[in-house]
Design a protein around this ligand. Structure first.
Ligand code: F6P
Length: 322
């Protein structure tokens, strides 16, 4: 409690994602609307370890809806793997006066939220990652913006690839998940999409290129999910096996930046609001999710056990329309 009012901490953790600011804004404004005190924790769980925080008011989140990154900063906090530090973080949260905590991040961040909930601080996770790899939810904040960024870059690569009758091997982010590779690959008309879930060896990639050529294509985009790795080598091997001039393009962290799309802003606003209402209703150890197009919530531990596969129907469609 702070000044006799329920106090809600908010932090962003793990890799940043466009739309995190919209979620922060929503959580802050929802807390204020419901007569609670919002507290921004700086640099993820590190802020709890260092007692680095600031009390938020409405102007503190003005004009951040359209901003990429996170105004609270973020980090991957290695100390949180150790119980000793989780206890320090919990103790600091009590001393700050936190009654609950909203954690915006990927599933790595949910472990921390679950530990703190077990220690007695109710925590709610909000899915924020460009990878869309959190199994309990159909959608994670940042995914749409990142995919649109990738698509814009792929369209540009496609222009130059087409002009030179080249093959371009494009590596997109996604850690060990191929969702972004699949969707952006379909959207840019890729000749093949290579993911950890649906791997292809170099001969299969070349066959896909020859197939596309037999249908009249003279330039080829091969999308490779980052978990597959060896993008430069794949490009070199394609060139030597097919004789087609080939380039590699590793898109990298540019995919995580930029102003969030409408979809990310709306989703983040809804999820931020939902998370604070869960805490206001005495819930903890939950993660906000989108299921069948509706916002809902799951127990964090149950959510972490779930598995999310690639959209195989979309994969099938891609194979038929090369
Ligand atoms: O989880 C988001 C993500 O961008 C992944 O796609 C990628 O594997 C990872 O983060 C990169 O992490 P870092 O920014 O710490 O290098």
């Amino acid at each position: 409690m702070i000044d006799g009012k329920k106090c809600i901490g908010i932090l962003t953790s793990g890799g940043d994602a466009p739309g995190m600011n919209a979620a922060i804004r929503s959580a802050v404004r929802t807390a204020l609307y419901n007569d609670m005190v919002p507290v921004g924790i700086i640099r993820g769980y590190n802020g709890l370890l260092e007692k680095n925080y600031r009390i938020m008011d409405s102007p503190s989140v003005s004009n951040i809806l359209k901003k990429g990154g996170t105004i609270l900063f973020t980090a991957r906090c290695k100390e949180f793997y150790e119980e000793k530090y989780r206890k320090i973080a919990y103790q600091n949260a009590v001393e700050i006066g936190l009654d609950g905590l909203v954690v915006i991040g990927g599933d790595g961040s949910y472990n921390g939220a679950s530990y703190l909930s077990q220690l007695g601080l109710p925590c709610i996770g909000i899915p924020g990652t460009i990878d869309n790899d959190i199994a309990c939810t159909e959608y994670t904040i940042g995914y749409d913006t990142a995919m649109n960024t990738v698509l814009e870059l792929m369209d540009k690569l496609n222009d130059t690839s087409q002009s030179h009758h080249r093959c371009t091997v494009v590596e997109v982010m996604g850690r060990h998940a191929g969702h972004m590779a699949l969707c952006t690959g379909v959207a840019c008309g890729a000749a093949a999409i290579v993911t950890e879930e649906e791997p292809m060896d170099i001969n299969e990639m070349c066959e896909a290129i020859f197939y596309a050529r037999s249908r009249g294509k003279h330039h080829f985009i091969i999308v490779v999910s980052e978990g597959v790795g060896e993008t430069d080598k794949i490009a070199r091997d394609i060139e030597s096996l097919t004789g087609i001039d080939t380039r590699a393009a590793i898109l990298g962290h540019v995919q995580r930046g930029g102003s969030p799309t409408l979809r990310d802003r709306v989703m983040a606003s809804e999820m931020g609001n939902y998370a604070v209402h869960l805490l206001a209703n005495g819930k903890g150890n939950r993660v906000v999710a989108m299921k069948d197009g509706k916002i809902t919530d799951f127990d964090i531990q149950e959510a972490l056990k779930m598995h999310k596969g690639l959209d195989m129907e979309l994969y099938r469609v891609m194979q038929e329309i090369v």
